[in-house]
Design a protein around this ligand. Structure first.
Ligand code: ATP
Ligand code: MG
Length: 253
């Protein structure tokens, strides 16, 4: 049986994430789809790297490679152990919020009651106090995403791969959740690769923004975000970088 640590590991002393010239294609019904074409990306331990790119450019494919869920055709992926927060919220509808969050601990071998006891204070910390027994259908979209994020966090891996965590939320909730995530990662540092369609989100949250081209995905630009935190979406540095990312994406401002 694996003991859950009192606190998940704080910071990886290891590799972080190193993706070097990775290619990946899918073959379905005789046709070949080239998803990634020579993608390189680095996240040092404790860094937050955000990835933006058009739909279908291989962002989810990239996260699956980082998490070891698939292997590249070419190039290399070197990475500390990583947990994936998938694009679709995969909460189990018949389980309570606390049991959904605790699933990561159950998978690690903890018995149900111990897993629950370990997860419960985290729900409180994540603004979900009083909703421990609620089913996913009884939670708001933002709450569901917090449970889903907590499940990834409790997997106890030094790397978090977050696949468009806030894409399905309305603009106000999304803005709240961006502030919330920045705050959580401040007190619980992890190496993070966060995929998003939202250019502003990429700049607000990232230490570095990786901009990808349309499929087959290539890295067209990597921008350092050398701005103190917390960041405001209206501050000049954020606005300037947002423009630079849009330009790299080929979107007219
Ligand atoms: N398992 C698979 N089998 C066949 N094709 C796949 C598979 N996974 C992804 N693809 C294809 O690879 C390409 C990249 O897909 P991927 O899901 O990585 O894109 P994405 O950037 O995450 O898109 P979105 O922004 O819409 O989520 C797409 O053309 C997709 O159809
Ligand atoms: Mg995707």
């Amino acid at each position: 049986m694996i003991e859950a640590p009192a606190q998940p590991p704080v910071r990886s002393p290891g590799t972080g994430v190193r993706v070097e010239r990775v290619t990946k294609a899918f073959r379905t019904r005789g046709a070949t789809v080239r998803a990634l074409d020579g993608v390189s990306l680095r996240a040092e331990p404790g860094e937050i790297v955000t990835v933006v790119g058009p739909s279908g450019c291989g962002k989810t494919t990239l996260l699956e490679l980082i998490c070891g869920l698939s292997r590249p055709d070419g190039g290399t992926v070197e990475c500390d152990p990583a947990a994936l927060m998938p694009q679709r919220d995969l909460l189990l509808p018949w389980l309570s919020a606390v049991d959904n969050a605790a699933l990561a601990l159950r998978v690690r071998g903890l018995p149900r009651e111990r897993a629950r006891a370990h997860a419960a204070p985290w729900l409180e910390r994540f603004g979900l106090g009083g909703f421990e027994q609620a089913r996913p259908a009884q939670l708001s979209g933002g709450m569901r995403q917090r449970v889903s994020f907590l499940r990834s966090l409790l997997a106890g891996k030094p790397v978090l791969a977050l696949d468009e965590p806030f894409a399905a939320l309305d603009a106000i909730t999304r803005a709240e959740m961006q502030g919330w995530l920045a705050h959580v990662l401040d007190s619980e540092p992890r190496t993070v690769v966060l995929v998003t369609h939202d250019v502003e989100e990429a700049v607000l949250l990232g230490d570095r923004v990786v901009v990808m081209s349309a499929r087959p995905g290539r890295v067209v630009r990597t921008l350092e975000v050398d701005l103190p935190r917390p960041r405001r979406r209206t501050e000049p540095g954020v606005l300037a970088l947002r423009e630079a990312v849009l330009e790299a994406l080929g979107v007219q401002g």
